[in-house]
Ligand binder design. Sequence first.
Ligand code: ADP
Ligand code: MG
Length: 609
Amino acid sequence: MIKVLSKHIADKIAAGEVVDRPVSIVKELVENAIDSGANSITVEINDGGKSYIRVTDNGSGIGKDEVETAFLRHATSKISSAKDLDDIRTLGFRGEALASIAAVSHVELISKTTSSLSGVMLNIHGGNIFDKKSTGCPEGTTIVVTKLFYNIPARLKFLKSSATEGSLIIDLISKLALAYDNIKFKMINNGTILFNTKGNGDRLQNILTVYSKSISEHLMKVVGENPHMALEAYISKPDFSKSNRKQQIFFVNGRLINSKVIENAVEEGYKERLFEGRYPVIYVFLYIDPDMIDVNIHPNKREIRFHDESGIKSFISENIRKTLLSMESMPEVGIKNISIPVSENSFVLKSEPSLAVFDSVVREDSHAYISDIKKLSSTILEEEAELEDVLKRRVEENPQLFHSGEQETWVSKDNSNNFFKNLQVSGVVFSTYITGVFENNFYLIDQHAAHERIFYEKFLKEYHSDEKIHQTILTPIIKEVPYTLKASEEIWVSLLKKSGYNIESFGTKTYIINEIPVFMELSEAETVLDYFLDNIKDNRDIDNNVKINKLISRSCKAAVKGNDKLSMEEIKYLIKDLSLCENPYSCPHGRPTFIKMSKYDIEKMFKRV
Ligand code: ADP
Ligand code: MG
């Protein structure tokens, strides 16, 4: 039943609905349609909604004797007491929208409930009832809004062009169509049907219908659940990103919201998978116990408050991270990426070798290359057995170096373990890219990015572990530092000690290092040391995990050199070490370690299929 809320409750409700432009009207009308239980909603607009807005639903309808009440301020059927505000399960609850819309336009409402034989039609002009009569109509509600802002010319002047206002509406309906995958949405703009979703619960299909096939091809599905919340998300693979957050769309309990908390969670989930300044495309559908959020904090309800922000954040970021660790997230050089100029979205592909690689391999040294491969593959089998032994020993001797201790990571890495075990390495091109085949795909592994990733993870593990594993060096490293550094000694000396350096003061501003971290070569250890000392000057407050992580990741970049010619044995070690990484698919700075190309795409390029 629609009742006018008492002043006491009305006052508790966050300030009024904002009816400032066509899209806000469409939003309110469509939300009402959703709340009415409809499974089919049509939105039609002309001139960006300025001259005509129609929203038709097949929901519950409004009873004949209630239609006038519905247009009164603070009249709602959705809550009745202040307590209800803590457990809101509908999109509307303030009872203000219809009143606000009717006050600034001409509204025609046609509605019929299941129980009544005929429907009702009500015309309101600027808040005043103009006409009411019985009419034949299907079940559900149609609201037509014309002459928008006819009585507030100032507001009319502030509206943007019809194209702009219209695109806001189309964008909104596109998003709602995704969120409400069980509702059929039809969008009509100036007499043309733009899209028609099926309402069959297939979100990926909806993304394809509403957005484009090209986006949906780059998306991976994320699902997660705990006793209080459930997540469904579609996230872009790391090789498909944008320069802004415009395509990050968040729904919480079906409500389209802006949220810093979710933005941060997304960023955290993609940590080390994207370059700085790049943003994934992501559609988040979060369902959460209504009593764990407060939706009554913002005039147009675009923001909500989570009672447990950090819980939400880690739930979302963990689920994203897990999905990104699957093989599916690996960048793929598809036939399209090669024949069509790459878009601004595919920043990875721009710098990828694409056809040029194969071209120059064949022209420059095809004979040497083929005989190399033959030699290599005959030694692979012998080395395989030997390598297994060596590795087993290394793992037994230094278990901390190889196991993250998180059982879960290992379970979720099943598919990648299988990949690493069975990848058939065939050689190296340009002294940089290891080539290999697994199942029906051809892979290029950037040895430099891979090495950086391995180095970085070992470094972090060392840094965070209680027991440091040093290796003694024959000739100690002697370092003299400026007086400024001497003064902040206690900060950086302990940082180096934590990283596995045994460093002692040795004279006024000289230090002696006779042990270095076990996983570093001497030259690497020296570079890292220099890098630390050079960069610590401006970082007096380095005792902060984010900064330390940054310092470590940058120093890895400095320490690991590219273009080293690796022996077959070294390649096998590298790949084995990579397989033991928690995140083997990108370097710490977000560059991919792997790219793949399917056999099918190769055959297509040769016009075999
Ligand atoms: P609220 O949605 O906050 O309750 P509104 O002003 O948007 O307030 O709507 C007032 C009331 O009118 C709603 O509570 C609902 O009972 C009724 N109503 C509005 N639109 C529809 C619709 N499309 N179908 C059924 N009932 C509706
Ligand atoms: Mg409403």
